[in-house]
Design a protein around this ligand. Structure first.
Ligand code: HEM
Length: 629
């Protein structure tokens, strides 16, 4: 009897699975038909079987393989804009589980990002990241509005000038590591990403939390382990820096498993993850207590770090908060302050949101500049024009940031973020409440409630309808150069015509500060997303990236390291043609590494392989001075 119930269950489970999966698919196909969008049915098993059976058939090459590509969540990374050419700039994939809308059309992206209530962020995806408190990234609706209203002012000009100063301080230390104490350079730097990660972590620590960190090997860096607050008696087992780095390094473990489980697990890596998380929390509590004390006493009004600004907002003289309970004196709706736990939750999110993104951008930026010497020379010319011989101590936030925004420095940054936006597909969803009408190519479509949406930054940044090409590609041989790193496409001289031609309409430029630069049409350039939920740290990141480029390239050029192919001595004996051949071969290798090893976790990064580089003093280049592009 018992056996027959078990066998009945074993037989009925697969039947149940098949029926629900077919029913799910049928239902979703009906929704797709009703929507009016082009759609593609994606069934993993069926596709695999057909491709295996008919690998060379015309239909496999023409249709099945492209559809199979859509099964990989990050397919845009492999295909860029390619599959949109085939399926349309806005199309839907349908599986038994869901309908997923992929967008590389700027008008559609603009509609989605401006109708925040109709197309919210799928906040459930971010739930695990609430471990240190609710925050601006993981919330939606009225709760998000409150977080955004209160946190946004802390990213103002006072904080940006702190980012400016802190990036200079940190950048000089990174340069010392890259070029040696004597600044002579020509040292092979293998793990560039490791260093840009450290740099962005330190900048957030300084400008985000008010805790300045030092690079290893600097005179001030004693790796001191002590509490960050003046009144704390805590004993720490990790330095603040190691706690931050350890937490970020082990983030997935900490997000998935409770700390007690990690602490008691019989693995060293698990214990280390728990230790970093506990230490991070203790440091943050100390920091919070210190900032609260300062806010109540009315101290430290200037040079505001982000967390300091949030605590001051809650506990400063103008706040409406019960100082002992930390609770707002106003009701939940009209309150203007965040609770203690919300401040700590936001602080953690700033750390997370601003760390990998900026570090990855700097890493790709350095690599692309080594690959494209012409861009590097244009960058250096503008740095000379803006900064001349002025010593770094005289660089000025108000004056220099505006100048940089209208120069090749910004063009290099924008082009890097066009080529590799750190978040390649920005997730949204159709609200669960009702289907939503959206204009697509001049036709009204109806998007099913609950459908998943991806704003495909990586693909739309390659959509030839929106991007001017500077000519035929010198690298890929394609008619346009949208796969090439060409910062000069951002210089707007002679570009206005192209823009009118493309758009046929006159729109507000996206970034009004960038006067001399090409203005992408609204919705076509979205590295920082768009609309109300766009990146809060955009200016923070832009200041950081531009300052670092200026700091490095005012004195140095970057070259790919060719150590694997030739020694320094062999290179010194080579003539120009031999050097060009050697460098070209290295460029080909590096391009393959970038293509094959760029992967997405939280953000896109080159993983499991390196593109080593060297900084060489300007005028002492061995290769890039010989190449005209
Ligand atoms: C190159 C650097 C950066 C890029 C490309 C970038 C990109 C983005 C993108 C695409 C989003 C939207 C994500 C989504 O909707 O799922 C976002 C949101 C956000 N970013 Fe950044 N980010 C960068 C640096 C930073 C920095 C340095 C900070 C803070 C220190 C920061 C803080 C935030 C916050 C708080 C949000 C959430 C805003 C909201 O939902 O209201 N980001 N960022």
């Amino acid at each position: 009897m018992m056996l027959s119930s078990v066998s009945l269950l074993l037989i009925s489970l697969p039947i149940y699975y098949v029926i629900t999966s077919f029913y799910g698919l049928w239902k979703n196909v009906q929704k797709a038909k009703k929507s009016g969008l082009p759609y593609v049915i994606v069934r993993r098993r069926l596709l695999k079987r057909l491709i295996r059976k008919y690998p060379d058939a015309w239909v496999t090459r023409k249709y099945l393989l492209p559809v199979a590509s859509l099964l990989i969540p990050e397919w845009t990374l492999q295909h860029g804009y390619g599959l949109f050419r085939k399926f349309g700039d806005t199309f839907m994939t349908v599986t038994p589980a869901n309908c997923h809308i992929w967008i590389a059309d700027r008008h559609v992206i603009s509609q989605v990002s401006s109708r925040r209530e109709d197309f919210p962020k799928p906040a459930w995806m971010y739930r695990t990241v609430n471990i240190f408190g609710r925050n601006v990234v993981t919330t939606e609706g009225a709760e998000w509005r409150l977080h955004r209203k209160i946190t946004a002012p802390s990213f103002g000009d006072r904080n940006n000038s702190l980012v400016f100063k802190e990036t200079i301080r940190q950048g000089l230390q990174m340069l010392r590591k890259w070029t040696g104490d004597d600044g002579a350079g020509n040292i092979t730097i293998k793990d560039v990403l490791g260093d840009t990660m450290r740099l962005s972590l330190h900048v957030i620590s300084g400008a985000g939390f008010g805790v300045p960190l030092q690079w290893p090997g600097t005179a001030e860096d004693a790796e001191i382990i002590h509490p960050v607050g003046s009144n704390s008696l805590n004993r720490h087992s990790l330095s603040f820096k190691d706690a931050l780095a350890g937490l970020l390094h082990n983030l997935w473990l900490v997000l998935i498993f409770p700390k007690w489980l990690l602490r008691n697990a019989p693995f060293r890596w698990a214990k280390k993850a728990a230790q970093a998380a506990v230490e991070y929390e203790t440091y943050m509590d100390e920091l919070f207590a210190e900032k609260k004390r300062e806010a109540i006493a009315g101290e430290k009004a200037d040079g505001m770090d982000i967390m300091g600004a949030l605590v001051k907002n809650s506990y400063g003289p103008e706040s409406r908060i019960n100082q002992s309970t930390g609770k707002s004196l106003l009701g939940d709706i009209e309150r203007q302050t965040l609770s203690d736990s919300e401040i700590l939750g936001n602080a953690f999110m700033f750390l997370l949101a601003g760390h990998e993104t900026s570090a990855g951008a700097l890493h790709y930026g350095m690599t692309f500049l080594a690959l494209y010497p012409e861009a590097q020379r244009q960058l250096q010319a503008d740095i000379d024009r803006i900064f001349g011989d002025r010593p770094v101590e005289e660089w000025d936030y108000n004056r220099d940031v505006t100048a940089m925004q209208n120069s090749m420095i910004a063009a290099v940054m924008h082009e890097e973020l066009r080529m590799v936006p750190p978040v390649i597909n920005i997730p949204k969803q159709v609200s669960d409440h009702q289907d939503q009408a959206v204009m697509v190519d001049g036709k009204q479509t109806l998007w099913p409630k609950g459908a998943v949406i991806s704003l495909c930054a990586y693909a739309i940044h390659r959509n030839p309808k929106y991007w001017p090409s500077t000519g035929k590609s010198k690298v890929t041989g394609q008619q346009d150069d949208l796969e090439d790193f060409m910062p000069k496409r951002w210089l707007s001289e002679g570009r206005e015509e192209t823009r009118q031609e493309i758009s046929g309409e006159d729109e507000e430029p996206m970034d009004k500060d960038a006067g001399r630069l090409f203005h992408p049409l609204k919705g076509s350039y979205i590295p920082f997303s768009d609309g109300a939920r766009s990146c809060l740290g955009k200016r923070f990141a832009q200041v950081e990236i531009m300052i670092l480029l200026a700091l490095i390239f005012r004195k140095y050029s970057v070259e790919l390291a060719v150590d694997e192919a030739a020694s320094d001595e062999e290179i010194s004996r080579m003539g120009p043609n031999e050097k060009i051949r050697l460098y070209d071969a290295q460029r080909a290798i590096s391009r393959t590494v970038i293509r094959n090893c760029s992967m997405v976790r939280l953000t896109i990064q080159i993983r499991s392989a390196y593109v080593p580089i060297r900084l060489v003093p300007r005028g002492e280049e061995r290769f890039v001075n010989l190449l005209d592009h």
